[in-house]
Design a protein around this ligand. Structure first.
Ligand code: ZN
Ligand code: ZN
Length: 265
């Protein structure tokens, strides 16, 4: 059974297509569960900083209504879930949880695109190449702190941190992340978009460690275009890549969908 919990919409300002096209293409491709997880708005205090690569807060209602409507309409063809891909920022976490609570989402995935809180000093884009040990350590510590909140269903592109320094140090840090995720039964995502676009992830070093640790792994299209969901050939290529590490993605029934609303802020 094929499922994909990583789907964006046009509202994040860097994806295309109608919500409906994502659903119809998923059905065409034989996908049984489609989760929408567009980039969640973030709220930065005392600053003019605004991030344009994610949904504006005022669009959230339309997003929720649209996905819930499609869920009803296509109920006999496909299971649709409503979620967000979001950062874990310690300084704005409370505000973020207050925002999502009334939206009654089904799930959240964590995509840690920034180390730090994004808007403040000492924050870094995770995918910028960096050789500083502290860079990878801070990423891992922040992801682990996020996992601990218990609200995230899985970690999107856990290997986004683009550390190019000492390999032993990288391995040690990532083993820490993988072991923690395993302990809490949080799957790690092999990101198909990263594979297609030859980004710094998927990182072979990381998947070797995940294989040794024995993590639960999911495949995520990270679709920013409805057409991406039709590429079952690429999906299979990614499955084959994982098989080289002896990794088989988990069944959907083994993905624990964590409802973020059940958790206290
Ligand atoms: Zn992402
Ligand atoms: Zn994404």
């Amino acid at each position: 059974m094929i499922y994909n919990l990583h789907t964006h919409t046009v509202r994040c300002n860097h994806a295309v297509g109608e919500d409906r096209e994502y659903v119809e293409n998923a059905i065409k491709a034989g996908i049984s569960v489609l989760g929408f997880s567009d980039h969640c708005p973030q709220f930065f205090p005392d600053t003019d900083y605004y991030s344009y690569f994610r949904m504006r807060p005022e669009l959230a209602e339309d997003y929720v209504n649209s996905v819930r409507q499609l869920q009803k309409e296509y109920a006999s063809d496909i299971k649709i879930l409503l979620g967000f891909e979001t950062e874990y920022y310690p300084k704005t976490y409370r505000r973020f949880m207050e925002f999502i609570k009334p939206l009654e989402l089904d799930y959240l995935i964590m995509g840690q695109h920034f180390i730090g809180n994004e808007y403040d000093q000492n924050s870094y884009y995770s995918a910028y190449e960096n050789r500083d040990e502290l860079f990878v350590k801070r990423y891992v510590d922040q992801v682990i702190e996020g996992i601990d909140k218990g609200v995230f269903t899985y970690i999107a592109h856990p290997d986004i941190v683009n550390y190019k320094g000492n390999v032993d140090y990288y391995n040690k840090q990532m083993a820490k992340l993988c072991k923690y995720a395993k302990k809490l039964k949080i799957p790690l995502e092999y990101n198909i978009l990263g594979y297609v676009n030859k980004k710094c992830y998927p990182n072979p070093l990381f998947w070797k460690i995940a294989s040794e640790v024995g993590n639960r792994v999911v495949l995520g299209f990270d679709a920013h275009n409805p057409k991406a969901l039709l590429r079952m050939d690429i999906y299979e290529e990614c499955q084959n890549e994982l098989a080289l590490y002896g990794i088989e993605p988990v069944d959907f029934k083994d993905v624990i969908i964590r409802n973020p609303i059940d958790k206290n802020v």
